[in-house]
Design a binder for this molecule. Structure first.
Ligand code: IMP
Length: 450
């Protein structure tokens, strides 16, 4: 039987990523931190995630592997077992947070997390030229690192301390062999590194090992066995827990659309496996899928059925800065697609919604929403299959847009323009989940919790 754990919340991307979870996490971590200890736990993904956090003082910091809780010196930030960690990029990211003037909170890296290294990035880069397997990737070596787990030869974070030279050499030689088979020399393949604008070569075994062992020394103080920490803190029912998922349900290998899918479990169920069964997602009180309120965005080559005409899409792209934080790719913009959002919230195990970007509305454009798909005249559901999605015809309705200025000034639900209230009711009814919070503008205080 499920027993709701007090002071627990989890957030995931409810569509195809970049919904603005970071800011939501920031808000709830600071609220909890006023009264209690907070653990911010990330259970999936790696250096592929990306969002830029903007502060009132104009400072901007791009986060990738670190969850947004990193800006709260009272929080404990845990990089969990389900993550794939690139130590070099992580160290650069930590330095960037420090350089922006933030005192780091306690950071704990689960010794059981998997390493994602330049070898993986090189393999992915070569696959990209070779065949479909590498397409749709951010090039951060995420999928090959997860594949190592399935093939039973992962390098784990604990292999860094003490530094397991033999295992690292074996790993390098495996990837050297794989790349040789694809006609490339591993040492010469150029890969992206955080903090460098140029791609950098993986280098020889000696160079690769020297770099990694140096990084291992710096990262060593953060590496811990987190099992008992989690067991104690989750069990005490006093410490607040915020689970900050990476990516989004529509990017999950099982639920998204190939080839733009990632390799980790992007649903709340991933928390169960990363915590080795300590945290059952159904015990987390709020499990919110975060969505952009009035449109959807998508990076990559997938073709969404509700893709928007370029004129309005361009306007939204510029107004809402819809460019990838990790790769700078312009994001595709689509009308809200209820059949897919219903599907994602169900398979993602969400019990609430959070709508961001409520201020992205235009007086001259009603809000167009796809409420159903038809195929051959019959209504059909969303399915995670591009060939199928090519064949469906979206059925649209339009709702009136609202006074953006009035919305941006609203402090409570009652202050919202009546059209915005109606829109929220419509979303709750059609997706079948309550809206827990909305954001009404870019500033930190422009958010309303219901
Ligand atoms: P990968 O597994 O990181 O290589 O990424 C696979 C797919 O997921 C690519 O299409 C990426 O664009 C997408 N993706 C990964 N992380 C994010 C994110 O944080 N926001 C949006 N898309 C992402």
């Amino acid at each position: 039987m499920s027993k709701i754990r007090p002071y627990s919340m989890a957030f995931c991307g409810g569509a195809y990523g970049d919904e603005g979870k970071g800011r939501i996490v920031d808000k709830f971590v600071s609220d909890f931190a006023k009264k209690r200890d907070v653990i911010v736990y990330r259970d999936n993904g790696g250096a592929n995630a990306g969002h830029t956090v903007e502060f009132e003082n104009g400072k901007r910091v791009a986060l990738h592997q670190l969850p947004s809780g990193i800006f709260h010196k009272k929080a404990t930030v845990v990089l969990g077992k389900g993550m794939v960690i690139h130590p070099g990029d992580l160290l650069v990211e930590i330095l960037q947070v420090k350089a922006a003037g933030y005192k780091l909170p306690k950071i704990v890296i689960d010794e059981m997390a998997t390493l994602s290294l330049d070898t993986h990035r090189a393999f992915e880069a070569v696959l990209k030229d070779w065949e479909e397997g590498g397409k749709g990737s951010t090039g951060r070596g995420i999928a090959p690192a997860y594949v190592d787990i399935v093939l039973r030869h992962p390098l784990r974070v604990r292999d860094l301390v003490p530094f397991n030279r033999e295992k690292v050499a074996k790993h390098y030689k495996l990837y050297q062999g794989l790349l040789r088979g694809l006609g490339r020399a591993l040492a010469d393949v150029d890969v992206p590194e955080l903090g460098s604008t140029k791609l950098l070569a993986v280098g020889s075994l000696e160079e690769f090992t020297a770099r990694l062992s140096q990084q291992a020394k710096t990262i060593a103080p953060y590496i811990k066995n987190v099992y008992s920490l989690l067991q104690t803190k989750w069990g005490d029912k006093k410490t607040a827990f915020i689970f900050e998922k990476a990516q989004a349900i529509g990017l999950d290998t099982r639920w998204g659309v190939y080839p733009d899918v990632t390799a980790s479990d992007c649903t709340f169920d991933g928390i169960f496996s990363a915590t080795e069964g300590i945290v059952s997602p159904s015990d987390i009180s709020i499990r919110a899928g975060v969505l952009k309120a009035t449109y959807m965005s998508s990076v990559g080559i997938r073709k969404l059925p509700t893709v928007m005409e370029e004129k309005l899409a361009n306007k939204i792209r510029e107004d809402a800065h819809e460019y990838g934080a990790t790769t700078r790719r312009p994001r595709g913009i689509a009308y809200l697609d209820i059949p897919s959002l219903q599907f994602f919230s169900r398979v993602g195990n969400c019990n609430a919604l959070i709508l961001t970007h409520m201020d992205v509305v235009y007086a001259e454009h009603p809000i167009k929403i796809c409420v159903a798909y038809t195929k051959g005249g019959k209504e059909v559901s969303y399915r995670p299959d591009q060939e199928f999605l090519h064949t469906v015809k979206p059925k649209y309705i339009e709702l009136p847009s609202w006074d953006k200025e009035k919305l941006m000034k609203a402090k409570t639900k009652n202050d919202l323009p009546k059209e915005a209230k109606k829109f929220l009711q419509f979303i709750e009814k059609s997706i079948g989940l309550p809206v827990h919070m909305i954001t009404t503008g870019p500033k930190r205080e422009q958010g309303i919790i219901f």
